[in-house]
Design a protein around this ligand. Structure first.
Ligand code: ADP
Ligand code: ZN
Length: 605
């Protein structure tokens, strides 16, 4: 390893060692070569260009579409004693001039810039006149026309190798799929770049997927038992639901704010800022909330609605626990969710081929929900990664799922659909199976069906579970053209003919409750703070918040939770010992060291 790189890591960033493959990436770039870096969220992409920026001579240019984030990134670097600045449309003429002056005079280590600005002829000619250390292209998947983050300006970045042939380029993304990878490589002319792919596993995230019983209440229990005072994101499908859920959570005494594309810009900005700057706030959002939320201490991501694909699920849950501390990815779903998503797909105007791909994606997502084996193994397998053993940190590992032979029940359910003419939805079908005497039963004379009352061995919930699993697995579907009536698919034949059997999972709506009671699944951050140290923890957090507010920055920019926890466990008594803590570099030591030491010594007695 390059010694100066390690020493920059230690003294500037306060970290002891590089993660894989940071060191190799950094070496590649320091040596003037191009790199393409694929790392999961929280993997530590920023250091891959920030360290070379400090070692190579000249200023590093960081291209990022996330204008709202630039100020925070620059603030964080400034705290570390790094000379960083940004150029984007939020600056007025004078401010932009000052930054350009600093750049021309060689006073900057890093300059963040929006792509549309970089590619302006005037900017390019300015850059031609300075010494450039490297170009870092962040969120490089924005160059992909397939993804939903496509930015036309990113295509222009292909001019960099022509205009700056000697300056190394490093492209970074958290998007995993090989097609995007290839597109980045082609469109950014990085064929000669060394590729670095970090493993996609996020071991600190616990995956849990359960059945809806009373979703809001389940969510509230989960938060109260495991994440009181923690920051979290709750994803819902509709704008209305984000607002209703946020309101309801507030009525229950939690601090929650909605976020969706339909809110006025000021409100969105305000909510996003509060989420970053306040401790323990919850955001209830549509998928509009995501890219650019660079908050390391999100302790949980909850889904009240099913995502459309494993890609979305992984990206959204990936926003939890970027700091490497324990975090939860929690989701509940039910038959209605499955039906709704399938119907949305059917109704979509997309070309048939795209619909087919989206259907496959949804089926993979449903498969993940219904599996009875390790969730993480399935997730990683989907991204073509192999995990040898069950992870021990997902719901199916923690509480193994019971299975049952559902062949008989499935046949009864399917014949019931068939005999009643494929014209009815789940509730009526269950009434028939249970032999209920509802008005609708009488109206259609369904007492006379051979399937009337043949399913009394299961209760309503269990039948719901059977129907959900049959829809998930594609035996039946809800037909929108007949008011959502269930219809059989070809897949049913072998099952109805007795040539095939099905194993179903035994749903356990108690699952989450039981798990809630488990001490071990408690957020590790809190578990790491011994009960008696709670007052010190609160005092350190209060000091952190005060300093952050003074500087107008988010608390985690001052120190991460993990650094505060290290302070509690190692009890540093002087500056040298404080410097040994991960996340404490020389600059922060100078700025804040004495104040934190003072609080620590106060509690030492
Ligand atoms: P990404 O951009 O890949 O999502 P970041 O660059 O924001 O990830 O890094 C995620 C977190 O991990 C940050 O809080 C960062 O400070 C921390 N981190 C990165 N590299 C290291 C390291 N070598 N040692 C300790 N912490 C690290
Ligand atoms: Zn597992």
């Amino acid at each position: 390893m390059n010694n100066s790189a390690l020493s920059v890591l230690n003294t500037v960033f306060g970290y002891a060692e590089f993660r894989k493959p940071q060191d190799e990436v950094i070496n590649t770039v320091i040596n003037g070569n191009n790199a393409l870096v694929l790392m999961p969220t929280g993997g530590g992409k920023s250091l891959c260009y920030q360290v070379p920026a400090l070692i190579r001579s000249g200023c590093a240019i960081v291209i990022s579409p996330l204008i709202a984030l630039m100020q925070d990134q620059v603030n964080a670097l400034t705290l570390l004693g790094v000379k960083a600045s940004f150029l984007n449309s939020s600056l007025d003429h004078q401010q932009a001039n000052n930054v350009e002056q600093a750049l021309m005079q060689g006073q900057l280590d890093l300059l963040y810039i929006a792509p549309e600005r970089l590619t302006q002829p005037r900017m390019l000619s300015l850059l031609q006149q300075c010494n450039i250390a490297l170009f870092a292209i962040d969120e490089a998947h924005c160059v992909s026309q397939w993804g939903h983050d496509f930015r036309a300006d990113y295509l222009q970045l292909s001019l960099l190798p022509q205009q700056f042939p000697l300056v190394p380029r490093i492209a970074l993304t958290a998007t995993a799929d090989p097609r995007t990878h290839k597109e980045i490589s082609e469109k950014l002319q990085l064929d000669d770049a060394k590729h670095f792919v970090a493993g996609f596993d996020r071991p600190n995230i616990q995956y849990r997927i359960g059945q809806k019983a009373n979703a809001r209440q389940q969510l509230l229990n989960f938060i109260r038992h495991e994440h009181a005072h923690d920051a979290g994101i709750i994803y819902c499908l509709s704008r209305k639901k984000t607002e209703e859920t946020a309101n309801w959570l507030c009525q229950q005494g939690l601090q929650a704010l909605p976020y969706h594309a339909g809110l006025p810009n000021e409100v969105k900005e305000l909510h996003q800022n509060r989420f970053l700057r306040e401790d323990g706030l919850i955001i209830v959002a549509t998928i509009a909330f995501g890219m650019g939320i660079d908050k390391p201490d999100v302790r949980f991501v909850a889904h009240l609605d099913l995502p459309k694909s494993i890609e979305s699920y992984y990206q959204e849950t990936g926003r939890a626990g970027r700091d490497g501390q324990a975090a939860n990815a929690w989701m509940v779903y039910g038959l209605q969710d499955v039906i709704k998503l399938k119907q949305m797909l059917d109704k979509s105007q997309a070309p048939e081929q795209q619909k087919r791909i989206e259907r496959q994606r949804l089926d993979a997502m449903l498969g993940l929900c219904e599996i009875t084996t390790c969730r993480r193994q399935t997730l990683l397998h989907y991204f073509a990664e192999h995990l040898a053993k069950p992870c021990g940190n997902c719901d199916t590992c923690i509480t193994p799922v019971e299975k049952w032979d559902g062949t008989d029940a499935a046949r009864k359910a399917l014949s019931c659909v068939y005999r009643s003419g494929q014209r009815f939805g789940v509730n009526h079908l269950i009434d028939i199976l249970l032999g209920k005497n509802s008005a609708k039963i009488t109206q259609f004379q369904h007492q006379q069906l051979t399937t009337f009352g043949i399913g009394t061995e299961l209760d309503t919930n269990q039948w719901h579970s059977v129907f959900r699993q049959l829809v998930s697995r594609g035996y039946i579907y809800a037909d929108m053209d007949s008011f959502g009536a269930f219809k059989l698919t070809d897949k049913c034949r072998p099952l109805l003919r007795g040539e095939e059997s099905v194993e179903l999972r035994k749903d356990n709506t108690q699952l989450s409750k039981k798990q809630n009671a488990r001490k071990s699944s408690k957020s590790k951050v809190k578990a790491n703070v011994p009960e008696h140290a709670e007052p010190l923890w609160q005092a350190l957090r209060a000091l952190r918040k005060k300093l952050a507010d003074e500087h107008g920055i988010p608390p985690f920019t001052v120190f991460h939770d993990s650094a505060l926890i290290d302070m509690i466990t190692t009890k540093p008594g002087n500056r040298e010992q404080l410097l040994a803590i991960s996340g404490v570099g020389v600059s922060k030591l100078d700025k804040y060291g004495d104040q934190f030491l003072a609080v620590l010594s106060e509690f030492d007695a």
